[in-house]
Design a protein around this ligand. Structure first.
Ligand code: SAM
Length: 283
């Protein structure tokens, strides 16, 4: 694959653009692992963000077959000749020349999937991983699961458990919306050009229901952000950042009633405990 990719890059005169996060996956072992983890079937609709020089795209097209659809979103117009040739070879592939941050994913997939959810697969441009991912989760699109390549550090944060050094607002947000699994770690040498950091592929299964019930979801995320904004402070002090009209004594009493020690640090709270804190303060 490495040789094939190099040939394709040379044939179409492609130069990897650092500013667009272009590190192309050249080791076919990882391409197969990503496509396998997506568990696609014939007729499925899959969205790919950033097809680049079509490293994953033909494999996705084969997995969904001629009855399926691959919608690949790309901003780099210099890839047009290569990707147009790919579309001729695989008519089920369509390129959307748009910024992935601005796409209405339900609207673009609806004509092909009816009421069925779509799948998302991407070797994400690292400079916009978090906004893309959070946009997809918070946008409440009809998405069943995603298989995405991210920086290893970001994968560690997505998978982190309460009380560990990687645990933060991103961990809570991702775990609130999804069940997260590590698919594989990927070394820099698997890419052309090799990035400076290690990478990892994760699979995120969208939950039908959040794992904890909260009375006010927006308040839940405000509490989480406040707790991690000042992660070295006690929960009681960190929650002062919420600006609630409540004395510290009252706040402390409410937390204690909810079974949460106000002297704990916010970073030790799991999702259920954050939910209890939120309900105690906002209900
Ligand atoms: N899928 C290819 C692979 O696995 O080798 C390329 C992955 S490369 C890490 C990221 C791709 O995302 C590049 O092709 C880049 O041009 C594209 N990209 C960067 N910013 C984008 C954006 N805002 N919207 C859509 N695509 C973007």
């Amino acid at each position: 694959m490495s040789k094939e990719l190099r040939q394709r890059i040379a044939q179409y005169g492609i130069r990897a653009k650092k500013g667009l996060g272009q590190n192309f996956l050249s080791d076919s072992e990882y391409v197969y692992r990503i496509v396998d983890a997506a568990e696609l079937s014939s007729g499925d609709v899959v969205v790919e963000i950033g097809p680049g020089p079509a490293t994953l795209t033909p494999h996705l097209a084969e997995a969904v077959g001629p009855e399926g659809k691959v919608l690949a979103i790309e901003v780099d117009e210099s890839l047009r000749p290569l990707l147009m040739d790919l579309c001729r070879e695989y008519p089920q592939v369509e390129i959307l020349w748009q910024d992935a941050l601005k796409v209405d994913y339900d609207a673009v997939t609806a004509p092909y999937r009816g009421d069925k959810p779509f799948t998302l697969v991407a070797n994400l441009p690292y400079y916009i991983t978090t906004p893309i991912m959070m946009g997809l989760l918070e946008g409440r699109f009809n998405l069943s699961h995603m298989v995405i390549m991210v920086q290893k550090e970001v994968a560690d944060r997505m998978l982190a458990r309460a009380g560990t050094k990687d645990y933060g607002a991103l961990s809570v947000a991702v775990q609130y919306h999804c069940e997260v699994k590590l698919v594989t770690k990927v070394p820099p040498g698997a890419f052309i050009p090799p990035p400076k950091v290690s990478s990892a592929v994760v699979r995120l299964n969208r939950r039908r229901q959040p794992p904890v019930h909260v009375f006010d979801e927006k308040a839940f995320f405000r509490v989480v952000r406040a707790a991690f904004n000042q992660r070295r402070k006690t929960l009681l002090n960190a929650l002062g950042g919420l600006g609630l009209e409540m004395t510290k004594t009252e706040m402390s009493e409410r937390l204690a009633q909810a079974g949460i020690d106000p002297g704990r640090r916010g970073e030790t709270l799991n999702l259920d405990e954050f939910a209890r804190v939120t309900d105690a303060l906002y209900r």
